[in-house]
Design a protein around this ligand. Structure first.
Ligand code: FE2
Ligand code: FE2
Length: 200
């Protein structure tokens, strides 16, 4: 615990219902929210670390799977947005087990180009080609998106990085290796049109 953690009583707003809040109240909340947002990279890294104890049954933990997916992306020369996307693509496993792709996409959407968000949002469907037939499900679910401008990118994400990354013997890089990139991406201004509409 550092000196900054000295217990100072937290200032609070005066109101008990929102419509009675004053300008000062909302300015205080805005300041506190900005400080809270600045800690987002730390919370992302903590959530990733928590994947150690997530869904079991594979030969690697969900954290190792995530790290391996990001390691393969890096080895293939992917840019930082895609590497960080690969790292967090299954971060929703715990809280959104039925739609984890959408959760990962929602988390990264304010900070990366739309192509990267689309890949994350679609990865669950595109991944089905590798296993769904074994469960009596439709492996070709992704065909609904055939012709989409980023179809090939989502296909490549799953084929070369995600579906391959269950190998306990692969030289997977540790979370510390990716920390600076996570901090850089999740410290960007949110919803900056120049970032959202950038091309790869
Ligand atoms: Fe996934
Ligand atoms: Fe995955």
């Amino acid at each position: 615990m550092g000196p900054s953690s000295t217990a100072i009583p937290q200032k609070t707003v005066e109101f008990i219902r929102m419509d009675e809040g004053s300008k000062e109240d909302y300015q205080l909340l805005h300041t506190l929210e900005q400080r809270y947002i600045e800690k987002l990279p730390d919370r992302i890294l903590t959530a990733l670390d928590g994947l150690k104890d997530s869904l079991a049954g594979y030969k690697v933990t969900r954290l190792e799977h995530s790290l391996q997916t990001a390691t393969r992306a890096e080895k293939d020369g992917a840019d930082d947005e895609l590497i960080v996307a690969a790292l967090i693509h299954d971060i929703g496993d715990d809280l959104a087990p039925e739609n984890h792709s959408q959760m990962a996409a929602a988390i990264i959407r304010p900070y990366v180009r739309e192509q990267v968000t689309w890949i994350l949002e679609m990865h669950g469907i595109f991944q089905m080609v590798y296993y769904a037939d074994k469960l009596g499900l439709n492996p070709d679910e992704r065909e609904r998106y055939r012709g989409h401008k980023w179809f090939d990118d989502a296909e490549q994400f799953c084929r070369d990085w995600d579906q391959l990354s269950f190998d306990p013997d692969y030289p997977t890089l540790p979370l510390s290796h990716f920390k600076d990139r996570v901090r850089a991406i999740f410290s960007r201004p949110a919803f900056d049109p120049e970032i959202l509409h950038a091309t790869a």
